[in-house]
Design a protein. Structure first.
Length: 273
């Protein structure tokens, strides 16, 4: 017996830098009074870029948000940060809707998705860690972020606008009512939430990484000096919060995360139902 997924909370797009829009929704968690954002990005310019494609349950609203901001015929690139369902939920639909778009991904992601998705080879572009993508009026850089839950993951940095799309990195829960910026989160919730999400949901291997090597991966982002960090599962990070976010990220290997909901929490859900 299959159940439909809980409907997401739709949130209106936000312009996070000139002509750069965060497309947003949030999911309620089962067994915990939290929500998790599921964002994607639209970079407008000479050759518009869609970055990740949200989730299936958000399809109608996501496509409406997207087409309200750009003519699908003008979209030139669909950048897929990795092959997880919360990033590929509307991939087929966006490629059908945007006939002039090339899918930017990796060979590994293409292979991992091959049982359920394929694109004509002439509509594919594969990028390695550190590769650049020319989008007409500027260059975007694809790179592997310090943390990820798929080995295919590429973050994307728009140096011209200072905007970093970090894929799953910087993931944090939000309160029951979603917030726009990490500075809207209760202070302990942000650091504890990042620890909980990264250690339990995203990258449990953090506790065994070589600390110096890991730190060097975080330094890569510091060296890029982004002015705005956006990602799938975090409110917007900008201003003074960028330094704090990088400090939180760097500290993660040695942080003991709070527990995540267990069988008792599930039984409480069932008792409530
Ligand atoms: Fe992921
Ligand atoms: Fe994700």
């Amino acid at each position: 017996m299959a159940f439909d997924p809980l409907p997401p909370i739709h949130l209106p797009p936000l312009e996070v830098a000139p002509n750069t829009y965060l497309l947003r929704c949030a999911m309620r968690a089962l067994g915990a009074p939290i929500t998790a954002s599921v964002n994607s990005l639209l970079i407008l310019g000479e050759e518009p870029v869609v970055v990740d494609t949200s989730i299936r349950s958000n399809r109608h609203a996501w496509l409406a948000d997207l087409t309200g901001l750009v003519d699908p015929a003008d979209v030139r690139w669909v950048f897929l940060s990795h092959d997880d369902e919360d990033h590929t939920g509307n991939l087929t639909q966006v490629l059908e809707l945007c006939p002039n778009a090339t899918l930017v991904t990796t060979w590994a992601a293409t292979e991992r998705m091959s049982g359920s998705f394929s694109a004509p080879p002439e509509r594919l572009r594969w990028v390695h860690d550190g590769d650049s993508l020319d989008v007409g009026d500027r260059t975007l850089r694809a790179f592997r972020p310090p943390v990820y839950d798929s080995p295919t993951t590429r973050a994307l940095f728009d140096e011209t606008r200072g905007v970093l799309w970090a894929s799953d990195a910087f993931a944090t829960p939000m309160p029951s009512d979603p917030v726009e910026r990490v500075t809207d989160l209760p202070v302990p919730m942000w650091a504890e939430g990042m620890a909980m999400f990264h250690h339990h949901v995203l990258c449990p291997w953090l506790s065994v990484v070589d600390r110096d090597v890991y730190r060097s991966q975080v330094e890569r982002i510091r060296d890029m000096a982004p002015t705005t960090i956006v990602a799938c599962h975090t409110p917007i990070i900008d201003g003074d919060a960028i330094g704090a976010a990088l400090d939180n990220l760097e500290a993660l290997p040695d942080v003991t995360p709070p527990p995540h909901p267990d069988q008792q929490a599930l039984e409480a859900v069932l008792a409530g139902a």
